[in-house]
Design a protein around this ligand. Structure first.
Ligand code: CA
Length: 226
């Protein structure tokens, strides 16, 4: 592997011992790294340069990690793994809400962090690229952009999630209960009718507009995209 192929990771951490440790481990795994120990400086660096992934501590001088992430997300979809101290449950939830891709609690096992880094770098795609394609329909889950034949399709969060799930499970008939669990979550106390309603929304925005049959209804079983 030459230098050009190296993935570039920004480490945002004010505890020198931890950032040094992360830097050594990551460089050993053949990543290029940059370290910021200050929130404002980190935001500036993350906006000015394109990193493949950012490891972001929460408690930071000048601007905390949650605020760094919130401002970053207004411009960029760089994958972010948040590092939280053991008792910062609130930060964890807030972080995921505002667009963190993952979180780890300190102290963490380096092997687990490395595994998650590999996963998120693999998952991310170049801006404007599409990770999921079905005919003329393209979905970029990171940028949360859907297009049909290059035209943007305006979807709500749940519509996007449902479509993404069906596209990831192409050719598999999925029941309403399973879709409800996967898209709305186990803790969603709703009728499976909500699935039918959202399938109708998707059809009105895609099938009806472009004259195709994207989501098929399999009577008694569920829905499928082929
Ligand atoms: Ca810290």
């Amino acid at each position: 592997m030459n230098g050009v192929d190296k993935k570039n990771i920004l480490i945002v951490e004010d505890e020198a011992q931890i950032s040094r440790f992360l830097q050594l481990e990551l460089e050993h795994e053949n990543y290029a790294t940059e370290v910021c120990a200050d929130g404002r400086e980190a935001l500036k660096t993350a906006l000015e340069h394109d990193f493949d992934l950012i490891i972001l501590d929460v408690m930071l001088p000048s601007l905390n990690g949650i605020e760094v992430l919130r401002r970053l997300r207004q411009d960029k979809q760089t994958p972010v793994i948040i590092l939280t101290a053991r008792d910062q449950v609130v930060d964890k939830v807030t972080g995921l809400d505002i667009g963190a891709d993952d979180y780890m609690t300190k102290p963490f096992a380096i092997e687990e962090l490395l595994a998650r880094i590999r996963l998120h770098i693999k998952r991310s795609v170049a801006p404007g690229g599409a990770a999921l394609v079905c005919g003329k329909l393209a979905l970029n889950p990171d940028a949360r952009v859907a297009t049909y034949d290059g035209h943007p399709v305006d979807l709500t969060k749940k519509e996007f999630d449902l479509l993404e799930y069906l596209m990831r499970n192409r050719n598999i008939v999925i029941g309403r209960e399973k879709l409800l669990d996967a898209v709305w979550g186990f803790d969603f106390y709703g009728s499976t009718n909500v699935v039918d309603v959202y399938v109708r929304y998707l059809r009105s925005k895609i099938d009806d507009v472009y004259g195709i049959t994207l989501i098929e209804t399999v009577r008694g079983s569920g829905y499928v995209i082929r």
